[in-house]
Design a protein around this ligand. Structure first.
Ligand code: HEC
Length: 107
């Protein structure tokens, strides 16, 4: 009985921390995934991997595409007029992914 209680207590404490580590799946992820993959491993030549990239870097990159200070038409079209909340979700999602090994050196 005591063991069960202790285990239950441990679980209650662990849950919020776990939830904070796993960001919700962003609603706009489907579009991004065509090029960057669901888990941030690039699907097409020329697209960068995003998995595990620093959160501050991803956040800044997305803001720079949105306001045009990073002027790459492809990414500017993809990100569009995204809200701050969506931008944050996307940055958190990709930052939280674990990079996977790549099959072979890319050409
Ligand atoms: C049509 C393919 C395509 C789509 C769709 C796309 N991207 Fe990109 N993305 C690229 C390419 C190519 C680059 C490199 C652009 C550059 O040189 O700045 C890039 C760059 C980025 C970068 C900067 C990476 C770095 O290392 O500086 C981020 C962050 C990013 N994309 C996030 C997203 C998100 C989030 C979405 C969905 C809203 C998205 N992308 C949709 C092709 C795409």
């Amino acid at each position: 009985m005591r063991t069960v209680l202790i285990a239950a207590l441990g679980l209650t404490c662990a849950l919020p921390a776990f939830a904070a580590d796993a960001p919700p799946r962003p609603t706009r992820l489907g579009l991004c995934a065509a090029c960057h993959g669901e888990t941030g491993m690039a699907q097409i030549p020329g697209a960068p991997n995003l998995a595990g990239q620093r959160l501050d870097y991803l956040r800044k990159a997305l803001k720079d595409y949105r306001d045009g200070s990073r002027n790459v038409p492809l990414m500017r079209a993809a990100i569009g007029p995204v809200s701050d909340a969506e931008l944050e979700q996307l940055a958190r999602w990709y930052s939280a992914q674990t990079p996977q090994p790549q099959a072979a050196a890319q050409p």
